[in-house]
Ligand binder design. Structure first.
Ligand SMILES: [Zn+2]
Length: 235
């Protein structure tokens, strides 16, 4: 019998420093209190044009934190959005960062023990994790066409609703999935978020939310998460 599920609640809580900190030290003290000393910080810009000043600030923060804590600072090129990629942007990125004096310990131009450091060269790693998520029932294949998703999005916007996927493929029967796979239908892998309960996200700094779900390549947010895991683990 189906049980009535309450909608999932998502809480985002800022982590508070555990020790007393000077009044103006705020974020820096918060970060330092929670950082391990062997950290591996990474800067992951997209090669879609000139380096944005905001990205440069992010790189500087990462570099200062990594070096203050005697950690490593890593450059990983986030070339998942191939449609927007600009020729020569990677070289330009490296040149600008070099000019600023921000020094990397590992990266596509330096090598290192946990490469490759270009996202598009790491697809085999993500395929492995995508398969794992599917096997653990934490993800599912979505066969919806771009046209269907676009029509759905427009309908939601017309009703002033936030655009979201309607989970049409979430409960597809295994036989149906296999049939579609056998017919060579294209799919993306979606995360199976719990529909009830609470998700608590602890954050120490506000992050930008970036979407980009349908490139035929791994979704930007998921890639970044698994990339961070796999960079640490070395794949
Ligand atoms: Zn679907």
């Amino acid at each position: 019998m189906a049980t009535k599920q309450s909608p999932v609640k998502i809480h985002v809580r800022a982590i508070k420093p555990e020790i007393a900190s000077p009044p103006n030290a705020g974020l820096a003290m918060t970060i330092f209190n929670y950082m391990p000393t062997n950290i591996r910080a990474r800067f992951a810009p997209s090669p879609t044009g000139w380096l944005h000043i905001g990205s440069l600030r992010t790189a500087l923060f990462g570099y200062l934190i990594a070096k203050t804590l005697h950690g490593k600072f890593i450059l990983r090129v986030e070339d998942t959005d191939q449609k927007r990629e600009v020729a020569g942007a990677v070289e330009s990125l490296i040149k600008i960062l070099d000019w600023t004096g921000i020094r990397f310990d590992e990266g596509p131009h330096l090598g290192g023990d946990y490469g490759p450091y270009v996202q598009s060269q790491r697809l085999a790693i993500y395929e492995k994790y995508a398969e794992q998520l599917l096997a653990e029932n934490k993800a599912y294949r979505c066969f919806c066409s771009v046209e269907r998703l676009e029509k759905m999005r427009q309908g939601q916007q017309a009703k002033k609703l936030p655009p979201r996927y309607d989970r049409a493929c979430r409960e597809l029967a295994e036989t149906e999935v296999n049939k579609k796979l056998a017919q060579g239908e294209k799919f993306v892998i979606r995360q199976k978020m719990p529909l009830a309960g609470q998700v608590i996200v602890r954050r120490i700094a506000r992050r930008h939310k970036i979407s980009g779900p349908r490139f035929g390549r791994p979704d930007f947010n998921k890639v970044r998460w698994y990339a961070d895991l796999s960079v640490r683990r070395g794949g």
